[in-house]
Structure formats: C-alpha cells, structure tokens
Design a binder for this molecule. Structure first.
Ligand SMILES: [Ca+2]
Length: 434
C-alpha cells in the first residue's frame, strides 16, 4: 500500500463520510479520524494491522472499513454505508445508485441492487409500476404474476414498450381494402378489394389489367375497371358481349366482303347485304363485272363487246342497234309519207296521211273534199258545197240562216233537225287504224 493511495482515500473519505467510531460496526479498533489524514500516521496504522493475526490480516486489507468476525470465526471487512468494499478499500459507490443498495461485484466493481418491485434506470431505482406507466403509452399497466405489464387495447399492439394502433395504422394505409389479423403471425394485414392489389407504400391500387399481360382491346381503347377492363371500340368495331375485345361490326364484315359495292341493311333478313352496282355481281367478296356476252341471245346480228358494268352490241354492216341496245336489226329505208291534200303525221312509228277538216282520205294518200250537201244539212234552203265545207243559201220563209251559215233554222213548230256538231279532234275521224 503506497502512502499516496492511502492519503487519497482518506481525503475522499473526509468529504463524504463522517469518521466517527459510533457509526462503524462493532468489533475492531478504529483509529481516530484525524490519525488517517497523514501519510506517516497511515503507515504506522498499517503496521498496527499487520501484527494482529487473522484479524490483522483482514484489517490490513480493509482500508477505510472495519473488520468484523462472522459467526464461523472468519474476519470480514465491512464498510460503512454508503461505502462499498472495492479492491479491499471502502469507497463510495462508483456507480450511480439512487434508491438502491450499492454492493461489490466479483469483478472489482459494484452493482446497484434495487429494492423489491423497482428497477434500475440510469442509476435510479424506480418502482416497476411507475416505470411501466411511464412507458405504457396508450395502454394500461396491470400486475400479472407480480410483474407490471403494459396491456394494449384491442387492435393495438405493444411495440417497444408502447401501444401502437396497429389496426388503425393498417386501416389508414389500407384504402380500397380491409385489415385482418393474420392468425399465424398475429400481424394486421391489408387485404385488398377485388380488382386492387397491394403495393408497399401505396396501399391497394387498382390493378392495371390493360397494361399487363397480352395486349388487349385491339381496334379499340382499353379502360381499367374494378376487377377487370373494358374496351371502347373504334368506329366499325363493336365490343364483344363481355366487353373485353373489339370485333368488326356486321357492316364492317359486309364491307370487307363487298368491295366495289354498298352494304345495306336488309330489314327483312335482319342483316347487311352487299349491293353491287348494276352489271356487277358478288364473286369472292368483290363486285365483279358480269360478262353479259356469255348470253347467246344478246347482240344477234352483231358482236357483243363486254364492258365493265355493261356491254355493247357492235352491229354487223346493214344492221343497227335495237332501241333497247340488246340486239341489232336490219337497217330499212325510212318510210316515206305520200299525202296529197293533207299532211303526214307519225303515229306509233307509222306515218299516216291526215286530211284537213272537210276532206277525207281516198285511197292511202289522197285527200278529197267531202260533199256535205249529200247529208242535206240545209233543210228549208239550198246547200252549196265547196272544198272543205258547205254553206246554206236561200232559206225558205219561216226559216232563218244559222249564225254559222251551215243550216236553215225554221220557226215552225217542228223545225228541221240540226246536223250533229263535231266536238272532237276532227282528224281522228280519218285514222282508220286507230
Ligand atoms: Ca359487263
């Protein structure tokens, strides 16, 4: 033992401990406090301890304390609280120990032993209940098997000594889903509603059906819906009954198979039909020209020339096309009209000789005067015939010339009958073939 070490010890002791004989355990001889303050005196004290046998041996090492005899006869060094025996010296507790008892450990250090139901926290012995309640945020401390434990409300969970609203946290993050507790792990897990998938950090997000997997909605646009997708089809296409694909409309299909024609809705058939232009027929999805010349009855007396949509008859020399252009007929000299005294009129393609009023046809082409006087139109007078008409003359007494001069009108009870007036086209009288 060096003098300096002992000297330092006594100085420390002088600060913290009141060295009086009455505070020490019984037995042993304690030097007066003042005798410990000098190095020379200290050496003398050590020497004194050495010469006292087992007790002396104890007291030699029990610096700052006092040796007491145990019931089995051994001598132990006892330090006055709060000093603690460390490496044979009674020293103040080298560690903070408020509310506890400082005791030497087996490694030359010290431990703070807290009273029952308290725990050492930062060198202070704190009641376990207080400790629990300080830490048990959002929970309640209960005594369970003599241990204060933090109990959390349902749906809350103890995470590092505090209750955390794990279900609430799950609920907040689990939009478009619901939280269930995994019976295996005990964790609250977010289960997404159909059509949603869980993405860490984003919660339940709508599944992008359009953007994943094989391309969708060809000939249209793809739209995600909850649980799937739907197609909005381009013009000419229509969605399938399940809405997951676009197929050509009936009209489109018709048009694809009706090139050169027009697709029309047939209300009786209830479907589109291909309508080819005249002279064309549908062949292998295309409106194809009809070769009318394959019909042997066409263009007789000529040569048939097939044309797109039609045909033409090229007539042999001496022939001309028929009015309907379906054949050829022999060219005949145009009919001549002989009509003396009248004029020619084309009726039904045939010239007729038409005579003026008061003339009639004699033979095929000669107009001669009608002698009206033969019918005796001037009863009561004289009749004078002239080319194209007649006139009455010399009406008898009691007769008067008609305003038109073509009859004599009598005043007698029975006037002579008047000739029939002619009120329809006069030339019709002469159309014998009419
Ligand atoms: Ca043709």
């Amino acid at each position: 033992m060096e003098c300096s070490a002992y000297h330092a010890q006594s100085a420390v002791s002088g600060e913290n401990v009141k060295w009086t004989g009455t505070e020490w355990p019984s037995a042993g001889v304690l030097p007066e406090p003042h005798s410990l303050t000098g190095c020379v005196i200290g050496f003398a004290f050590l020497f004194w301890l050495l010469v006292t046998g087992g007790r002396t041996q104890c007291e030699l090492n029990c610096i700052g304390g006092v040796c007491v005899q145990t019931p089995d006869g051994r001598w132990e060094c006892r330090c006055a609280p709060p000093l603690v025996l460390i490496n044979g010296q009674c020293l103040p507790c080298p560690i903070p120990c408020v509310g506890g008892r400082c005791e030497p450990d087996f490694n030359g250090g010290a431990v703070c032993v807290c009273p029952f139901d308290t725990s050492l926290v930062n060198g202070v012995c704190i009641p376990n209940r207080q400790l629990c309640e300080e830490r048990c945020i959002n929970g309640q401390c209960v005594l369970w098997n003599n241990i204060w434990q933090c109990r959390c409300p349902d749906g809350w969970e103890l995470i590092i000594d505090r209750c955390v609203d794990v279900k609430g946290q799950c609920d907040r993050e689990c939009v478009n889903g619901f939280c269930v507790r995994n019976t295996n792990t005990g964790q609250w897990e977010c289960r997404c509603y159909p059509g949603f998938e869980f993405v860490l950090g984003r919660g339940c997000v709508q599944i992008d059906y359009c953007g994943t997997g094989p391309p969708k909605c060809e000939n249209g646009l793809c739209f995600n819906i909850i649980g799937g997708y739907r197609c909005q089809c381009s013009p000419g296409f229509e969605p399938t009954p399940d809405g997951r694909a676009c197929v050509p409309t009936q009209e489109t299909i018709c048009k694809q198979n009706c090139q050169g024609g027009t697709c029309l809705w047939d209300i009786t058939l209830g479907q589109y039909i291909c309508n080819c232009p005249p002279g064309f027929r549908l062949l292998n999805g295309m409106c194809t020209d009809i070769d009318e010349c394959l019909n042997p009855t066409l263009c007789q007396n000529g040569r048939c020339v097939n044309l797109p949509g039609s045909f033409r008859c090229e007539c042999n020399p001496g022939f001309r096309p028929t009015p309907d252009s379906m054949g050829c007929v022999e060219i005949v000299s145009p009919p001549t009209c002989q009509c003396t005294g009248g004029f020619c009129l084309l009726v039904n393609g045939i010239f007729r000789c038409v005579c003026p009023y008061g003339f009639e046809l004699q033979g095929p082409s000669t107009c001669v005067d009608v002698n009206e006087c033969v019918a005796n139109p001037c009863r009561g007078g004289d009749c004078d015939n002239f080319p194209g008409g007649h006139v009455c003359l010399n009406c008898l007494p009691n007769y008067q010339l008609a305003p038109d001069g073509k009859s004599c009108i009598g005043f007698n009870p029975r006037p002579p009958p008047l000739p029939q007036p002619i009120g329809f086209p006069w030339w019709l009288l002469f159309l014998k073939d009419f």
